[in-house]
Design a binder for this molecule. Sequence first.
Ligand code: GN1
Ligand code: MG
Length: 362
Amino acid sequence: MEQKDLKHIVSQFNIEGNVAEVKPLGNGLINTTYRVCTEGDAPDYVLQHVNNAIFPDVEMLMDNIVAVTGHIRRKYEAEGVADIDRKVLSFVAAKDGKYFYFDGEKYWRIMVFIPETVSQTAVTPESSKIVGETFGNFQAMLADIPVQLGETIKDFHNMEFRLQQLREAVAENKAGRLSEVQWLVDELEKRAEEMCKGERLHREGKLPKRICHCDTKVDNILFDKDANVLCVIDLDTVMPNFIFSDFGDFLRSAANTGKEDDENLDNVNFNMDIFKAFTEGYLKSARCFLTPLEIENLPYAATLFPYMQTVRFLADYINGDTYYKTQYPEHNLVRSKAQFKLLQSAEEHLSEMKAFIAKQLA
Ligand code: GN1
Ligand code: MG
């Protein structure tokens, strides 16, 4: 998009200062993000085009986010936490008071840019422990939010629904890619019943939904220069879900010794040092509200998310790449294979995970 158009969009919001430049930022697979650089002492901002094809109800989404960031901010204020502006995002209202602007085609929003942060794609056991504690805290802080949050993507982490999407993709075989991936579909089907355990337990009234982040990747956390966690970002998917979402999805990226789309599967393994550190931190802050059944199923959660992501990437590949941005034609297939390798490696460590958790609780 052109500078003058981007600047026009920015001018719809109540920001401080004059805009010098708007430039691309980050590498999300869903939304498009820019940094708004201002002149002089005014803060910089982050401008985002919210992908309305994926998030159909932007108003509900922004209501969720404003409720969540406001709730966290008030808790930090009450606790006298230092440097709050670096520990929770603040969104800026548009001239009409709404927290988004619709330009007739696209939905936009703006938040204050937090300077001097570091993003990481790989994490150490030390930082994972802190991150575990951070996500446990995030869930704990939101346990008493006084409003009912909406589901910004319906059935987002519903395993039964994701399998149904894969099965529909397989039945339609729109891009003619099925025969080459049938082996992987079979591998996924073998595990289908076990992997849908969460939904079954929920129907039986044994497993609650709580407010979760639902996209707990390392790159959705801002660190300061000394590798301390500042805050959790990318709040579009904050919604009620099983706590497995945050636990399992974080490990899916952080405990992967390779890349999410690694072509060399030998690079991809489940890193138990990261699992142990993260779990220790998570249990420290979340143990107070977790039920025994939730704790017992944390190792299941560590396998569920590589499984779910394999199902999602593979369904998109079979459909001809309509959901995730891809850089080359086989990209979604490469991603699927890498996530499947991660799943297999996590499965090999299940008993070690269980033993570690038992020891933590003893
Ligand atoms: C998407 O846009 P990004 O990278 O934060 C996706 C996640 C996937 C992830 C895989 C709304 O997140 O669920 O786990 O890609 N978000 C949505 O990289 O589908
Ligand atoms: Mg993201």
